[in-house]
Design a protein around this ligand. Structure first.
Ligand code: 5GP
Ligand code: ZN
Length: 111
């Protein structure tokens, strides 16, 4: 499959993981929108949030977001998670992922 995140997961594209387990990988975004911008990506390919029915996996994704925030030391000041879904949601890579943003005050659509 011609999916950039599947290539990262298969290590066909190098991307030093921040954290990794059997189900998930967390990597730095190539085009960071904040001093800390991490992507939490399931190893199984789901095009969008709508395509994943695995409630356990949703929990695992949020759990890894907490772990990443703590590992990078941004948990106390705070961070934001986002899942862009489909075109108007701003999704550009059709492989489910959570954005973790931190390291500056986050203003914008959500204030
Ligand atoms: P989306 O717009 O789909 O919510 O987010 C996709 C994100 O993937 C973007 O923030 C973009 O910068 C990031 N991205 C695209 N290609 C690559 C890549 O090859 N490596 C990494 N680490 N991030 C990527
Ligand atoms: Zn994929």
């Amino acid at each position: 499959m011609d999916c950039i995140f599947c290539k990262i997961i298969k290590k066909e594209i190098p991307a030093a993981p921040i954290l990794e387990n059997d189900q998930l990988i967390a990597v730095k975004d190539i085009n960071p929108q904040a001093p800390v911008h991490i992507l939490i990506i399931p190893k199984k390919h789901y095009a969008t949030l709508l395509d994943c029915k695995d409630k356990m996996l949703f929990g695992e994704m949020l759990s890894m977001a907490n772990e990443v925030a703590k590992k990078l030391g941004v948990h106390e000041k705070g961070f934001r998670l986002a899942i862009n879904t489909n075109h108007e949601g701003g999704q550009t890579v059709l492989h489910l992922h959570i954005h973790l943003l931190a390291g500056r005050p986050l203003s914008g659509v959500l204030g």
